[in-house]
Design a protein around this ligand. Structure first.
Ligand SMILES: NC(=O)C1=CN([C@@H]2O[C@H](COP(=O)(O)OP(=O)(O)OC[C@H]3O[C@@H](n4cnc5c(N)ncnc54)[C@H](OP(=O)(O)O)[C@@H]3O)[C@@H](O)[C@H]2O)C=CC1
Ligand SMILES: O=C1OC[C@@H](O)[C@H](O)[C@H]1O
Length: 383
């Protein structure tokens, strides 16, 4: 059988913190371990606030062990240039696409600069601080004819497709409502004031950091459900508990309504853990679909009969496992970006900009209805 040469995407990595490390390590994993042969990845530039920081990051990647050692041996890092500013990465002709791994309040400025320089952009969650900032990025990407996507990696995991297949098959009957939770004890009192979960200047608090995950399951299970016709679901109620030390939210609750279809209750909490066996529960006519912890990378879900005397045709619990292939699981979204760019697409149909707008709107609504120090923070759009 004739084999075609894979398309290689050349990445510039912006920032050298925790998530940039994990994303880059996944770019170093052999694509064939996840049955991918049509795209490959290279890291051609790393941007940090200091050139020494960028060099240290590259050196650490070059010392990778385990599944990421493959990329080191196979040239993924051979042309990686350390840059002492993010702008140097945006100006680099050897970079096709930029991955943005800075704290929340910097996403807009960093993505905007990259787009204006003509680079394709994959930006960490939450896309921006508010919807006005996101709309500005979308307008620039459209004008520059470059690809833009929010890095909601969980949407590309095997389990995400499997959950949708079950719901779409109709075997669980009508969807009634759902609950989605990302609670985790980050032990905020032990963290310094400049930790990004605490610091308002970095968009701290549970809502912005954790909120994108309940949204994943809401969007896949309800928003994209074939029976749903409401494409503009709104937050109808919310509550935020304040983390007194810095005034960000310790916990947020909100309810979203898809008119004429269903409601979702969403929860984020950075001060207490969530249920280990239920990061999301989708209540359907015939049974519940229960997705296990952790919300960002679950690998199993169960179909669970209704409790008590509730009717429902499904009487036995069945559990399904969908493990992430070798690596951390961020390679799937990277493959999606590579394919979209190869095919000349400006957005992903799996993670469309219209859906990022919907979930960004929920974060805005909860923040504005609450009473944290970020309540009235002004958008940087247009600056
Ligand atoms: N998808 C996922 O699973 C995860 C996503 N995230 C997301 O990734 C983003 C970054 O999170 P994370 O990597 O944990 O954060 P870190 O604090 O570990 O790293 C942030 C990096 O941003 C750069 N930076 C630029 N300006 C500042 C500033 N003023 N203060 C602090 N850092 C700055 C720094 O890199 P440098 O010095 O090199 O410029 C720093 O290392 C967030 O949007 C977060 O929500 C985080 C964790 C998991
Ligand atoms: O995106 C995330 O997922 C995993 C969590 O540990 C992290 O805080 C969050 O940013």
């Amino acid at each position: 059988m004739a084999s075609t040469t894979p398309s290689t995407l050349r990445w510039g990595i912006i920032a050298t913190g925790g998530i940039s490390t994990r994303f880059s390590e996944d770019l170093l994993v052999d694509p064939s371990t996840r049955d991918v042969s049509d795209v490959t990845h290279k890291i051609t530039a790393v941007g940090s606030r200091s050139v020494a920081g960028a060099q240290k990051f590259i050196d650490k990647l070059k010392a990778s062990e385990g599944v990421s050692a493959w990329g080191v041996k196979n040239g993924v890092l051979d042309d990686a240039k350390p840059c002492g500013s993010y702008d140097d990465v945006f100006a680099d002709a050897n970079v096709d696409a930029v991955y943005i791994g800075t704290p929340h309040t910097f996403h807009h400025a960093n993505a905007k600069a990259a787009l204006l320089a003509g680079k394709h952009v994959l930006c960490e969650k939450p896309f921006t601080f508010d919807l006005a900032e996101l709309d500005e990025l979308i307008a620039i990407a459209k004008e520059k004819k470059v690809f833009l996507m929010e890095a909601v990696w969980t949407r590309f995991h095997p389990i995400a497709y499997a959950v949708q297949d079950v719901l779409k098959s109709g075997k669980l009957g009508q969807v009634k409502r759902m609950f989605a939770d990302f609670s985790m004890n980050f032990e905020p009192d032990t963290r310094p004031d400049d930790n990004r979960m605490i610091d308002p200047e970095q968009g701290g608090g549970s809502l912005l950091d954790q909120g994108p995950y309940p949204s994943v399951w809401c969007m896949l299970a309800l928003h994209q459900h074939p029976d749903n016709k409401d494409k503009d679901p709104q937050v109808v109620s919310s509550y935020q508990r304040i983390y007194e030390r810095s005034g960000v939210d310790a916990m947020s609750h909100w309810i979203v309504e898809w008119k004429g279809f269903a409601e979702a209750r969403c929860l984020t909490d950075m001060t207490a853990s969530g249920l280990s066996e239920a990061t999301a529960v989708i209540t359907c006519q015939e049974a519940d679909l229960v997705i296990d912890y952790p919300p960002w990378r679950p690998e199993s879900f169960s179909i669970v009969p209704h409790s008590g005397g509730e009717p429902g045709s499904i009487k036995e619990k069945t559990t399904f496992k969908h493990t992430v292939h070798a690596g951390g699981g961020m390679h799937y979204e990277a493959d999606e970006v590579a394919r979209c760019i190869r095919d000349g697409k400006l957005e992903s149909s799996r993670m469309p900009l219209s859906e990022s707008r919907v979930t960004q709107g929920w974060l805005d609504a909860v923040r504005k209805q609450g009473n944290t120090v970020l309540k009235d923070r002004k958008s940087t759009a247009g600056n």
